[in-house]
Design a protein around this ligand. Structure first.
Ligand code: ATP
Ligand code: MG
Ligand code: MG
Ligand code: MG
Length: 431
């Protein structure tokens, strides 16, 4: 063995002998040379085993290596412009760590169900690795952005006694003798935390028993939920556009290779950062009418509406001030027009739909209490939330950004299931 290095760092070791610890991704052989494509989590490199340059044993072992066998490869690093990563390794020695059995995922096409059944193995391919890397960088960008702007991360509970909205999408479970639900949003807890810390955010899993089969809904997904005291609707939107611009710029700056692996059109992403267009719900309805959609003022948008509206722009689009009656009970009515609320959805371009939902929250005790009654919400489970309006209530706003939706859009994925390592979907709890 020589010094163990990462494939991603080979440029630092040209001319020296190194050891790579990895797995065999693919192999080609001519009689006297084996070309081993080895991956190690940081990259993929071609390792060349020349019969006349190694012992007969090493040559024989490299010929036997099966797809996904784990191995330590020692050899000298050579720069080669024609090689995919720019380098090749001239092999001196190979140690087989484990000879893999016949690998179910070949380099041929497989159906989605088969791939999902083998998700634990499917995540090893370069495309899936690129998505997981971008997902991690999106998270890093979110934390960078918020931590540098005075936000404190607070972790809300996963097991909750109540729900933000209605219970049809809730996963119910037992909490000893009580009924409990898996959280579908940490928002209300974040509102409480914002009254302590000013600017807070949570980041964690959310659970929704979404019964419809769409390309953009998961049963378990991750959401970042910032909540800000003394922030109104306009400032809420500015923070959202800055956050999303920062995420996209960060991925463009740090994930060039991954975006390339995915074949993503980066010119489209490069147009995103900046100020995002804003249109009112009213104007959106009018535009849809003029473009042949059958939709009335008061209806919520479906995927085709969102795709058509956002399709006019290169950047994400804010649609603001939705009808009060179709939005959540805690949203602040527009003082000039109480039939609409101070909320906005951010729609991603290219048909990815809503990636952010946010609003200014009702700060007034009496109004919030009236809303509780109108929505027939259980007074006892929400008493603590009403308390926030009794002790130093302030105007405040927040939003929820769905991680997988954002990743699906940035990566240009056809279906949200690829945006998380082990997706939970309507008919799948395995692996
Ligand atoms: P949709 O209208 O698409 O069902 P929503 O309005 O129910 O979304 P919110 O409650 O506003 O969603 O949640 C905030 C964000 O969380 C959404 O903008 C989206 O990015 C993400 N999100 C919501 N539901 C899901 C889901 N089932 N799977 C993945 N992401 C989701
Ligand atoms: Mg929904
Ligand atoms: Mg929605
Ligand atoms: Mg929403």
């Amino acid at each position: 063995m020589a010094q163990v290095v990462n494939i991603g760092q080979l440029h630092q070791h040209v001319g020296s002998s190194v050891t790579i610890e990895g797995w065999l991704y693919n192999k080609r052989s001519s009689g006297k040379i084996h070309f081993l494509q080895v991956r190690d989590g940081t990259g993929l490199v071609q390792c060349v085993v020349v019969k006349s340059a190694v012992t007969p044993e090493v040559f024989e072992h490299s010929g036997m290596l099966t797809q996904e066998s784990s191995c330590r490869v020692t050899g000298s690093v050579r720069a080669d412009e024609r090689a995919p990563g720019g380098y090749e390794v001239d092999v001196q020695d190979i140690e087989i760590v484990q000879m893999a059995q016949e690998y179910p995922i070949t380099h041929k096409e497989h159906g989605v169900d088969f791939l999902m059944d083998h998700r634990h193995l499917w995540i090893r391919v370069p495309r899936q690795r690129a998505i997981m890397r971008i997902r991690a960088e999106v998270q890093r960008a979110i934390f960078d952005f918020l931590d540098n702007r005075g936000f404190t991360r607070v972790d809300p509970p996963i097991l909750t006694p109540s729900s933000c909205e209605d219970t049809t999408e809730l996963f119910q479970t037992k909490y000893f003798d009580e009924e409990a639900y898996l959280t579908q949003s940490g928002q209300m807890y974040m509102e409480a935390a914002a009254m302590s810390l000013g600017r807070v955010y949570s980041f964690g899993p959310c659970f929704r028993a979404e019964k419809s089969k769409t390309r953009r809904h998961l049963i378990e997904f991750w959401m970042v939920e910032p909540e800000m005291a003394y922030v109104d609707h306009d400032e809420n939107l500015r923070i959202q556009e800055q956050l999303v611009s920062h995420i996209v710029q960060h991925v463009l700056d740090h994930c060039e290779a991954e975006l390339h692996t995915l074949g993503r059109d980066v010119a489209k992403l490069a147009k995103v950062p900046g100020q995002f267009p804003r249109i009112s719900y009213d104007d959106a309805i009018a535009w849809l009418h003029n473009n042949g959609f059958d939709i009335q003022w008061g209806d919520d948008f479906g995927a085709p509406h969102e795709t058509a509206l956002a399709g006019q722009y290169d950047q994400p689009l804010f649609i603001e001030r939705y009808p009060t009656k179709i939005k959540a009970f805690y949203m602040q009515p527009d003082p000039l027009r109480p039939e609409v609320v101070l909320c906005a959805d951010m729609l991603a371009p290219e048909g990815y739909g809503e990636i952010v939902g946010g609003s200014q929250r009702i700060a007034d005790y009496d109004l919030l209490k009236t809303r509780f009654e109108e929505h027939r919400l259980p007074a006892d489970t929400y008493a603590w939330y009403l308390d926030l309006r009794r002790y130093g209530s302030v105007p405040h706003s927040g939003f929820g950004l769905g991680l997988e939706r954002t990743v699906a859009w940035i990566c240009g994925l056809e279906h949200i299931r690829e945006a998380i390592a082990f997706p939970r979907t309507l008919y799948r709890l395995y692996p």
